[in-house]
Design a protein around this ligand. Structure first.
Ligand code: DON
Length: 306
């Protein structure tokens, strides 16, 4: 890689350690997320050439939450190909990630696979086609990052299950429109399990590197075809940061996907994948320090994808 990434990461970590992120707060709907110390930070860059740079708590597992939606989508693309787009659309929602209003107005067809409704529909499709839908995301991520021990964090899963009524409401609403094929509890279980996977920033950066490599994984094998990879990147750019996606494209300008655990994955196709983690979230549910860190990284190397 052509830049001094080690120095850039150091500057970013120094800035983030002292910056004021105003009202940013951790997700508090489950203890497993609110118990993480505010100052935890990690950032890992995986070059398409195999170089890797890391700073901070790069080897401490955290809850991947909605970043899992990218990988679930890839699993659904594998199983359904183009047929997938009959079930879920490809438009930004402009609404909160767990909103029900648009879903009602649009007859139970989710706007995109990265809002909760879309991800729950994707979990439904995976449930129809995969033998172990509760484990398929974890197994896929284990393969992608090269660590066979990637697991669902059971405490997080139990909390998701106990606090999951809004997601159940989304699933029942889709069911009422005839847009969910499997029983609601089976589908939300698969969805909660994929959100509850624990991984480190290093593992996450490695796992999404195929998105920067035309679909080729760490082991040199094609994960999904190159054109399907471009589609995931396009969806990340237009839908990956919820209703903060416009601001994020404006200030950072790379395909990215966030999770309420405070992680964000991003890619510059042909160059690198990146994962940043800091638990405090802005009002849209995206990591405040994570966005700042990505903005600094992109400025330092002087390019976005535009
Ligand atoms: O569905 C939920 O509420 C969580 N399990 C995942 C949400 C999430 O990460 C949305 N992200 N920003």
């Amino acid at each position: 890689m052509s830049h001094n990434y080690a120095a850039i990461l150091e500057q970013i970590a120094e800035h983030v350690a002292t910056a004021d992120f105003g009202t940013a707060r951790k997700a508090d709907y489950i203890p497993a997320l609110s118990d993480v110390p505010d100052d935890h930070f990690a950032m890992v860059i995986c070059g398409t050439d195999g170089e890797e740079h890391a700073i901070g708590m790069a080897d401490l597992p955290f809850s991947i939450q909605s970043m899992s939606k990218v990988f679930a989508l890839a699993l659904a693309q594998r199983a359904y190909g183009d047929e997938l787009w009959q079930f879920v659309r490809r438009e930004p929602s402009g609404s909160a990630f767990n909103s029900l209003i648009q879903l009602e107005q649009e007859n139970g067809i989710p706007r995109n696979p990265f809002i909760n409704a879309g991800a729950i529909r994707v979990a439904d499709l995976i449930t129809s086609r995969y033998a172990n839908p509760d484990r398929s995301a974890a197994e896929f991520l284990a393969q992608l990052c090269g660590n066979p021990n990637i697991r669902v964090d059971n405490d997080v899963y139990l909390s998701e299950h106990l606090h999951g009524d809004r997601n159940r409401a989304i699933a029942y609403l889709m069911k009422s429109f005839g847009k969910l094929d499997n029983p609601v509890e089976d589908v939300v279980r698969a969805y909660f399990k994929q959100c509850s996977i624990a991984m480190t920033a290093r593992e996450m950066a490695r796992a999404c590197r195929f998105l920067a490599c035309k679909g080729i994984g760490l082991d040199g094998k094609q994960v999904i075809p190159a054109d399907e990879t471009s589609r995931i990147n396009a969806l990340m750019l237009t839908c990956g940061m919820y209703d903060g996606v416009g601001d994020f494209a404006f200030t950072v300008g790379i395909p990215a996907k966030s999770g309420v655990g405070g992680g964000i994955i991003g890619v510059i196709p042909g160059e690198f994948s990146v994962c940043v983690w800091s638990p405090r979230l802005d009002q849209r549910g995206n990591s405040a320090a994570g966005i700042r860190a990505l903005e600094m990284l992109i400025r330092a190397i002087g390019r976005s994808v535009f």
